[in-house]
Design a protein around this ligand. Structure first.
Ligand SMILES: [Zn+2]
Length: 167
């Protein structure tokens, strides 16, 4: 048997890949190549895919997807409380307010308890009737920009916890 690389006549040949070319070579020449049977383990092939998915998941999870950058009007978190406070200041019952804005009593009470998110039309009616604001501008800093130096990262929290343990 002739080695395809050096031409030596040997008793047995090994299948190797040298610089991308499959050759049948002698034991000596086989040292320069990669044995054909030793394929890359499956794990090595799937790892980059896992890494890619993790990366894209991270991108998806960023708050930039939740808010549009630049700030916009959002319903106030405490909108139910604002309505209740304004209503009781005016001495109105659920029913009286509901009648004034031409809505059902259940709608008013559900919005106050946060059970229901009012649509724009209802928000405008409530704002006008009660003389309050139920929407507020979301500041740009909270609207998905990269965290500023002042805010804590997960690493900071871990460091702080470790610090406390040592105390
Ligand atoms: Zn050889």
């Amino acid at each position: 048997m002739i080695c395809e690389l050096c031409g030596k006549d040997v008793t047995f040949l090994r299948k190797v890949t040298i610089e991308g070319v499959q050759l049948q070579v002698c034991t000596e020449c086989a040292k320069f190549g990669i044995e054909a049977k030793k394929e890359a383990p499956k794990e090595a092939a799937t790892l980059p895919i896992v890494a890619q998915r993790l990366e894209s998941r991270e991108r998806r999870g960023k708050p930039t997807d939740v808010y549009d950058a630049g700030g916009k009007d959002e319903l106030a978190d405490d909108l139910g409380k604002r309505i209740r406070d304004a209503r009781s200041k005016k001495g109105m019952t659920h029913k009286e307010l509901a009648m004034k804005i031409n809505e059902k009593v259940t709608v008013v009470s559900k919005v106050e308890t946060g059970e229901m998110r009012p649509d724009d039309r209802l928000v405008k009616k409530l704002e006008r009737e009660l003389g309050i604001k139920l929407k507020e501008k979301v500041p740009e800093t909270l609207a998905g920009k990269e965290s500023k130096s002042g805010s804590l990262t997960l690493a900071d929290h871990i460091r702080m916890q470790k610090g406390n343990e040592n105390d």
